[in-house]
Design a protein around this ligand. Sequence first.
Ligand code: FES
Length: 131
Amino acid sequence: MAKPKFIDDRETLVKLAPVAEAAIERHVFVCNGKSCSKVGSAEVKEAFVRELESRGLRYGKESKGRNPDGTILLTDCGSVGFCSIGTAVLVYPENVWYAQVRAEDVPEIVEKHLIGGEVVERLALIDRRSE
Ligand code: FES
């Protein structure tokens, strides 16, 4: 395996990874582990894609239908231990972990939390905002 070349020039790094200078305000992770997949995590992710892209909030390349000025980064993640209570959805920087998320819950999470800054209490099992 080739050793990756270390790049110490920030300008080059940002050119290679524009997300480094993007105006990201929140990062949403949707678990795509085995157990969450069995209870519809792909549909949950798709619902986030629809909600965020229709509002121009999803950060990403224009060529992929996303917005380079978007403020929300949406990615998958592996299992986080909510396997029996999925689908797990994590929102940072608040460090709020939502459990049992269904596709139909996503518009509420987007509207209340991602836009309004108010946690959806009925789904939030972990909320470390005040810790
Ligand atoms: S598979 Fe999603 S938390 Fe374990």
